[in-house]
Design a protein around this ligand. Structure first.
Ligand SMILES: C[S@@+](CC[C@H](N)C(=O)[O-])C[C@H]1O[C@@H](n2cnc3c(N)ncnc32)[C@H](O)[C@@H]1O
Length: 219
């Protein structure tokens, strides 16, 4: 039986040791492939820098934003770390690319979702690209329970309740004999709803990069 957790946990329940153990760059392939060389990047909810550190190593100017100091402590020196809530963020500048990863856009609270997308739009250059990772009803495919490894981390996903497209779930991460459980509520977003929500924030779909990632721009 794994011991309970340990190490720092972000306010949203994300365990820092787990994100340090998940391979850097994993899941970010579509962004890395699409991003223009030399683009300045704002990584919203950057965690320990799985993307931000990789981008800085490739020569991008990167600002990483997270509400967890425990996460930000693992950013490389080349990444500018900003401890802030995404909703409140006002950096007073715009970036060639803004990343909203980790399905943050699927938050069930429509006010918070709008605040996330407003933060993206507020910091995106006129010709810039926003990269948004989301769950659509297709991707999550029936919302099944499932277990599987991500690197050295065993991930156990459980659907606790479902109300239409809104669901309560828990994810248990096991690593080195320790376990952390993170519970959350999320809303699946289909293409039409996502486009409507993007438009409300002054954004519009540019292209779909894969089933989870879409690129958007101002307008
Ligand atoms: C699931 S982790 C993923 C981190 C990183 N994007 C990755 O893929 O490795 C989500 C991160 O978003 C941060 N986060 C969640 N909600 C936030 C908010 N409202 N403002 C700032 N950071 C937030 C958490 O602290 C956590 O580090």
């Amino acid at each position: 039986m794994p011991r309970t957790g340990g190490g720092e946990v972000a306010p949203d329940g994300s365990p820092v040791p787990v994100y340090l153990a998940i391979p850097a760059e994993r899941g970010f392939g579509p962004v890395l492939d699409h991003l223009a060389a030399g683009a300045s990047v704002l990584d919203l909810g950057c965690g320990v820098g799985r993307l931000a550190n990789a981008l800085a190593a490739r020569g991008h100017e990167v600002v990483g934003v997270d509400e967890s100091q425990g996460m930000l402590a693992h950013l490389d020196d080349a990444v500018a770390a900003v401890e802030a809530s995404i909703e409140e963020l006002r950096l007073g500048r715009r970036f060639d690319a803004v990343v909203l990863a980790s399905h943050l856009v699927n938050v069930a609270d429509p006010v918070q979702r709008r605040a996330f997308l407003d933060a993206v739009a507020r910091h995106l250059a006129v010709e810039g690209t926003a990269y948004i990772e989301h769950w659509s009803p297709d991707v999550i495919g029936g919302l099944a329970d499932g277990d599987g490894p991500i690197g050295d981390v065993m991930v156990r996903f459980r659907v606790l309740a479902q109300r239409g497209r809104v669901f309560d779930a828990s994810v248990t991460y096991e690593l080195d004999g320790r376990a952390w459980t993170q519970a959350f509520t999320a809303e699946l977003l289909d293409e039409t709803q996502l486009d409507t929500e993007l438009a409300a924030a002054g954004l519009r779909r540019r292209r779909r990069l894969d089933p989870k990632w879409l690129a958007a721009r101002m307008g």
